[in-house]
Design a protein around this ligand. Sequence first.
Ligand code: AMP
Length: 218
Amino acid sequence: MKNIIFIAPPAAGKGTQSKLVSEEYNIPHISTGDLLREEAAKDTALGKKIKEDMEKGNLVSDEVITTLLKNRITSADAKDGYILDGYPRNITQAKIYNDLLEELKYDKGVVIFFDIDKERALKRTLSRIICSNCGSSYNLLVEELKPKKENICDRCGNELKTRSDDTEEVFIHRFDTYINSTKELIDYYDKLGLLHKIEVLDKPASEIFEEVKKVLND
Ligand code: AMP
């Protein structure tokens, strides 16, 4: 069973690697943000509470997230494994998750940390463009993510624009917040011997994927 945790600062290429790993191993990509958004869209007491927390930018309670996560990772499509994205967010959640794995008799899995420095991540972010019509995302600095025709969406042919939230100031805040909040978590998994660090540098996604596969196939 491949149960995988991805930890990556913004713009490290986690989305691309998630897609590649999901296809290669036929396992789902589970984002707790998506799980919560799905639940929040429901007209239930739980849905409303989640929506409130998310709108305020608060973390959703460990109890709620653990229940949703347990349901998700025990679903039929996750029987051979899954990629967890956005969870655990802190050491408390990591400990709860460890207990959950034990309870389910799942193995401890692997944690892959995609390490990227702030300057590179910022450059990548500022060269990100999206389609205003279908939302497809491209990146002029990443070979695999360039549009085939300059400024035109491969999928729907509409014009590509920079993302309005991709400003330097917003990015730096997001990046620093992420690094501060995950430092402890990375140390924690390192001490447990579960952490594998991959240096993103300027490598193409295909090369990073080879490194990911090496970790997963070991
Ligand atoms: P994301 O899509 O990962 O940025 O998550 C969006 C929002 O969902 C966060 O701001 C939190 O409110 C909530 N969320 C996602 N993952 C978790 C988690 N592991 N624990 C608690 N709240 C979470």
